[in-house]
Design a protein around this ligand. Structure first.
Ligand code: FE2
Ligand code: FE2
Length: 235
């Protein structure tokens, strides 16, 4: 299976004018399209609707997770409903199998990496924040434990490792993701992980367990040579 992956479209009609030609090509190059969150800029249905029209016209099986930008207007439930009723698969702590390949996905959350991880100590507000991070890791756990396929791909918005965040300011690393997600990936095993969110991060890294992790934020892909708006993976 050839999988095209991208993230952080932050879609507006102006953006579409620039992406149109390249996006239409994806159908000839891939069997499945993954979009790893931040589909919209402000989480507005008015942004999601034109994007869904574009995606439906591609006639390519499409699997997405939401990103933090898709939550900005508090309309994530409505957006999720729009995505699902367009025939696009939204992963939110859930799994999906297609042609023998399993996909597990969730948005993920912030919280930091390795020794720098924020723990649930002190104020209630800190505990609530850490709880949100742990909840997303548990959702990934649930999604991955549903997979029965030997081939498995993980889709996240936030990064599970610090390595693919390098390039962003070190001050904001804890807001780029959390290694709690990588612990789950390593426990279950996967062929690879894709994520977005770190627009100026690094394309490739590994979990400590050796699972390849790819940052497919569109700005990062466009900055590569040759420039592209998606990346193809064979599985
Ligand atoms: Fe983004
Ligand atoms: Fe994001």
């Amino acid at each position: 299976m050839r999988i095209a992956a991208t993230a952080d479209l932050h879609f507006t009609p102006q953006v579409y004018a620039k992406l149109k030609d390249q996006l239409e090509r994806v159908r000839n190059e891939a069997d499945v399209l993954l979009i790893a969150g931040d589909l919209t800029n402000f989480g507005q249905p008015e942004e999601m609707e034109p994007l869904l029209n574009v995606l439906v016209r591609l006639r390519l099986p499409t699997i997405v997770v939401l990103g933090n930008h898709d939550f900005e207007s508090g309309k994530e439930v409505e957006l999720a409903r729009m995505i699902t009723s367009s025939g696009i698969k939204l992963l939110d702590g859930s799994a999906y199998e297609r042609d023998g390949v399993g996909f597990a996905g969730t948005k993920g959350f912030v919280g930091g990496f390795g020794r720098g991880i924020l723990t649930a100590f002190g104020e209630r507000e800190i505990k609530d924040f850490v709880r949100a991070s742990i909840d997303e890791a548990l959702k990934l756990e649930r999604a991955m434990s549903q997979l029965r396929t030997p081939k498995r791909v993980v889709v996240l918005h936030y990064s599970p490792i610090a390595e693919t965040v390098h390039g962003e300011s070190p001050e904001i690393f804890p807001f780029m993701g959390t290694s709690r997600l990588a612990e789950v990936v390593d426990r279950h095993g996967a062929d690879f992980v894709v994520h977005g969110h770190a627009h100026h991060g690094k394309p490739d890294g590994h979990t400590t367990g050796g699972v390849p992790v790819h940052n497919v934020a569109i700005l990062l892909l466009q900055a590569q040579e040759p420039s592209s708006i998606y990346r193809i993976f064979d599985v």
